[in-house]
Design a protein around this ligand. Sequence first.
Ligand SMILES: NC(=O)c1ccc[n+]([C@@H]2O[C@H](COP(=O)([O-])OP(=O)(O)OC[C@H]3O[C@@H](n4cnc5c(N)ncnc54)[C@H](OP(=O)(O)O)[C@@H]3O)[C@@H](O)[C@H]2O)c1
Length: 269
Amino acid sequence: MRRTQRARRARRARRAGPASAPPRGNAGRGRWRPSSRLPARAVSGARAIVHCATDPRREVKVLSRLVEAAREAGVHHLVYLSIVGVDRIPFPYYKAKFAAERLLERSGVPWTIQRATQFHDLVASLTTAQRRLPGVVAPAGFRFQPVEVTEVAHRLAAAVRGEAAGRVPDMGGPRVHTAHELAELTLRSAGRTCRVRDLPLPGRTARAFRQGHNLAPDLATGTVTFAEFLAAREARGGRGGSTQADRAPAPSRPSKVARASCKGTGDPL
Ligand SMILES: NC(=O)c1ccc[n+]([C@@H]2O[C@H](COP(=O)([O-])OP(=O)(O)OC[C@H]3O[C@@H](n4cnc5c(N)ncnc54)[C@H](OP(=O)(O)O)[C@@H]3O)[C@@H](O)[C@H]2O)c1
């Protein structure tokens, strides 16, 4: 079995807990194959659903299966978590999220769509994912407004307690930073000194990011700053993030080039 598959299964098993663990309240756990129908009984009895699962290659298909089941089961409210700028940034995953939004709006199931800016751990992973490389680059001219995922979760919890509200105001983190600043903060929090080089990226997606379509500066309702996120993560003993890149195994020792260009404690980023 490939290492990535093993890691995914192990993660799933950890999340699922002991096989005999009963679901809490009327919450349930499960995984369905988007290629087949999701039976209505999987969601029957649920007044509302918050849809946070994501499958970048089949975002629309996964949501359409859930919508079919929700409609059949008479679910009163489906809350969908989306991303700020999906309608303006032609990144394939964002285009799929926007198509999923459209599908939900036309589904006949009462809906709420909450868009959020990038989560802290995703933004940190843009730097940590480069730990095998000789240096660190940041996309030139990009800015991010990272938000604390638990604050987004609270927003979703409030949404699901209420009635379907359509497209609600976007949610952004407290500050807008350049990608360069965020890379430097991430490096510093890991005790590394590494020069960050700005990498100009071509194409329409990069232009849309440079234009700031991923930002919501007037809706900066998150309170936890990126620096606070990093400090809390370090206090927990390192990365502790939840993205694929953050979970990637650290190299046993940095390469000669990495040692030459990145000085620090010797810990992985
Ligand atoms: N990350 C960000 O910066 C950000 C910002 C704004 C909005 N969002 C949105 O927030 C949501 C969560 O993002 P994330 O970055 O936290 O994603 P993530 O870490 O990749 O987690 C996605 C989850 O979806 C589960 N999943 C995928 N297909 C499934 C299926 N068929 N059945 C059951 N579970 C399934 C995955 O389970 P396995 O691990 O078992 O595969 C995983 O737990 C997404 O809708 C994303 O677009 C993310």
